[in-house]
Design a protein around this ligand. Sequence first.
Ligand SMILES: *[C@@H]1O[C@H](CO)[C@@H](O)[C@H](O)[C@H]1NC(C)=O
Ligand SMILES: *[C@@H]1O[C@H](CO)[C@@H](O)[C@H](O)[C@H]1NC(C)=O
Ligand SMILES: *[C@@H]1O[C@H](CO)[C@@H](O)[C@H](O)[C@H]1NC(C)=O
Ligand SMILES: *[C@@H]1O[C@H](CO)[C@@H](O)[C@H](O)[C@H]1NC(C)=O
Ligand SMILES: *[C@@H]1O[C@H](CO)[C@@H](O)[C@H](O)[C@H]1NC(C)=O
Ligand SMILES: *[C@@H]1O[C@H](CO)[C@@H](O)[C@H](O)[C@H]1NC(C)=O
Ligand SMILES: [Ca+2]
Ligand SMILES: [Ca+2]
Length: 935
Amino acid sequence: MTSSGLAVCCFILLHTGAQSFGILPGSSLSHLEITEQAILNATVQTCRSLAQAEGANFNFPTLPFTAQAVAAACSASQSSKTFRQAITLIQLRNTRVDIRYALNGSFHFDEEMFVKGKGIITEGMIAVKASNKKENYEAARQQLGEILHPLQDFYSHSNWVELGNTHPNSNLIRAGSSIGNIADISRATCRSCDGDDCRNNILEDIIAEQILTSGYFGVVPFVSTKPKGKCSHGGGVDLTSKIEPKGGINKDTFSSSHGHLHSQAANLAIAATSELLEDLRLAAGDRPFLQMIGISKGSSRALCFVIDTTKSMSDDIDVVKTVTSSIINSDLGTENEPSAYILVPFNDPGFGPLIKTTDAALFKDIVNSLTASGGGDDQEMSLSGLQLALTSAPFNSEIFLFTDAPAKDKDLKNTVIALIERTQSVVNFLITDTTVSNRRRKKRNSNQPQTRMIAESDAQLYRDLAQASGGLAIEVAKTELLTATTVITQSMSSSLVTLLQAARSPGKADNFLFLVDETVINLRVYITGRSVTFTLISPTGATQESTDSSGSLITASQSVGNFITLQLQKQVGQWEIRMVSTNSYTLKVTGQSPIDFLLDFVEPSQGLFTGFDALDTRPRAGLNGSLLVSLTGSDSATVTEVALVESSGSGEVKGVVVSLGSGNFLIQVDTIPSTEFMVRVKGSNQGSSDVFQRQSPTNFRASNLTITAESNSILVPGTPFSVPFTVMTSGTGGNLTIRATNNQGFDSTSPTVLFLESGNSTNGTVSLSAPLNTPSGTDVVLTIEAESPEGSDTNYIVLRFSVLNTVNDFTPPECQLLSIQSNCTENCSLSTWEISVRVTDGDGGTGVDRVSLRQGNGTLNTSLAADNENVTLASYAASCCSPVVELLVVDRVGNVGLCVFRASSAAVSVSTNQSLLFLTILLLGLLMMTEAGTD
Ligand SMILES: *[C@@H]1O[C@H](CO)[C@@H](O)[C@H](O)[C@H]1NC(C)=O
Ligand SMILES: *[C@@H]1O[C@H](CO)[C@@H](O)[C@H](O)[C@H]1NC(C)=O
Ligand SMILES: *[C@@H]1O[C@H](CO)[C@@H](O)[C@H](O)[C@H]1NC(C)=O
Ligand SMILES: *[C@@H]1O[C@H](CO)[C@@H](O)[C@H](O)[C@H]1NC(C)=O
Ligand SMILES: *[C@@H]1O[C@H](CO)[C@@H](O)[C@H](O)[C@H]1NC(C)=O
Ligand SMILES: *[C@@H]1O[C@H](CO)[C@@H](O)[C@H](O)[C@H]1NC(C)=O
Ligand SMILES: [Ca+2]
Ligand SMILES: [Ca+2]
């Protein structure tokens, strides 16, 4: 069907009537399943080794693995959602390669493009390792998905399987090594198939001499790029397979030319993917590797603060210090422990730098060192700070912004909204300023009534952004701020879900329904707005007015500034809240439940490949559209209804739900609304009558503008980097305003206006340049926006690149044994052995980054050599009962080596009668090797 996919993407199966994303008996394996199986396997291996290291039990999940079961086995059920999200992102980036680069043979190991194909994999691996090192996991996942595609295709498109290999080609993931003898361009490799039977079309001498070849591919009639005598990919779309030698060799599916080898190819692809993941894991370390694939300790949520540090903020900053300490003191080691800590200070004219760490103590110190000063006039760089936070925080984060001043950088509003929509992060504002005691008030006059320092329109900007993200704009006096921050502590609760989210602006009376299912605990209602009253009606029909403090439905409540929090009694069933206010208000109902969902807008590809691609833009307004919804936290729950609900009204559009298996659902909607909307999912827990409701907090918008862009995903400092983009409109034409912003403040040029006629398209280019000193692994997020002539419609594309400086170090560090001592005797528990090892990274190496213990129960100490900082000294001491040590040695670009040392095997075999003999030849079984040197 295509040049590319190792097997056809799930979505094609869908088109042809099959129903499953998963592995049906007898059906072919796709990139999605291959990727998922390998990730689940790698995760199980990592969690098992961590458990062993920590002396904890590890229970293997039952086969076949599911994300849910693997997360549970890792004692990280709260990570189910982030785990599923990471897997889905990696999968979608993998299949995108088929959609975007269908005809670029090097991404598919077509056309004997072995050198280029391998280059994509090895360069990409260096980029993934660099991103991981900087904890830029989104970029790492994106890059990983992209390189897994060619890696997996190698086994389907080359003759590796036909050459009789039963193991992956490990040198595909090792730069500077040979993957084998590649057929010369003039060397014939195939003969025509015998009719439909292609089993013996690869020439015998190619097999005998173990020469690598792959199929040629072409879709343009009468134009063949296939040299004489070469194999074709094969299949209906590949026109080169109609030319001598006819037929093909791909193993994409069971019905491909070499479909009889599909299973072998797919299994090798899974093994090769596991091997690549293993290398990434050794380079990163177990915990960071798990973070990359979405599994963290604690709540799986980052604690993320964006803080105004200008002069008037000292009270607020004190509150932030108190809250930070309280969260860190009470949550560390619990299931509410933040997975990371992020801080972005902003001032005027400065903002940043962004600080991101997993070290709670370090974060506390950094927050405690914040001071309030400067700022000049009464406006500060709040949106610049927010932009940084949105581009660095994990997707679906909850961000808290503290300020008492209007934004000076209001022109970033659309960029910030774009980032909110793309990351589905929630932004909460804690705005203080409501009293005249504010220092900003130049002419103090205590006789004057209290006036707000932030003008209504300035506060409205923050409210708009909060609402766009499904967050809260909390407006309180400085003295009330600490009370309001209980919402921050509550937001760190693990498995927090949104049941309902609504806003009415201008305010009006309205009734809202929400379903509470059996799995929900800690039901909370958050309301922002002035002079709001309401009536709650529980599933049993009990009611309670907001003015009634004696009712039983509300078990606790708090009201501060414009902000009301209610804790509700647990009652399963449909609740109603009747809101009454003429002021604008927002309403949000949350709870804690394992069951939640993830959502991506997807679009059918228009190219050769029939599939769906995740959108990095707004979906198209007024037309049909598709969403990919993944249920998380339950293997038995199912989606029954998905609706796009108008944000400020009661209109809704329901989609057609098609199950793809494995908790994934494709939703097709006839018309994507032109007004803002949110996505509401209803479903049932199979085997029970329990019906659940969840809502995405994010407010989405559609657009009549379409914007597409294509570029390399790796940016090399000092080298010009262009991002060509195309804008189309189905609305009115005219001069479009174009804006390009990036989160690193890199110099960039782009057109500011593009003229476009209705129905036509036009091109532009953004040129970015990263300064030469930019470190590898830096995450660049570029937002290109196009705004319609009348300003009423905008669309954007959000692109993420990894910075990578040229790497010339492809070899791991080496170990040299300096000394070994031992008194291993018959009784191993009474004897010990110890070694001292010198670890260096060779001439031109990047240097030793890490020496750690991979196997062995002893104690490892490392230090830098006193006379040479390029040398790391490692000493290891262990009981003779643990006679083998494996040292993992990693250099600064992530080349991984393994050094193995053994005490005498006497120590191992003390129980046998040979031990006496071995006593005299202690430590002869010394062995040293590096992983790169094996197989
Ligand atoms: C799972 O991963 C381990 C270690 O990474 C590897 O040895 C094994 O072959 C993998 N299993 C499969 C089925 O790929
Ligand atoms: C798209 O165009 C239609 C018709 O011109 C208009 O009604 C609609 O509001 C536009 N949608 C957006 C998001 O601007
Ligand atoms: C678009 O802008 C160009 C100059 O930038 C101007 O000459 C032209 O009149 C504008 N067109 C419209 C329809 O506004
Ligand atoms: C669309 O744009 C192209 C290139 O600018 C131009 O040649 C063509 O005439 C335009 N078509 C319409 C319908 O405006
Ligand atoms: C825009 O670029 C694409 C490919 O980059 C090209 O096919 C198309 O013709 C260009 N359109 C215009 C209007 O220049
Ligand atoms: C040998 O044995 C003693 C215990 O009897 C121990 O304390 C000592 O450190 C041992 N190890 C080596 C390497 O000599
Ligand atoms: Ca200022
Ligand atoms: Ca090296």
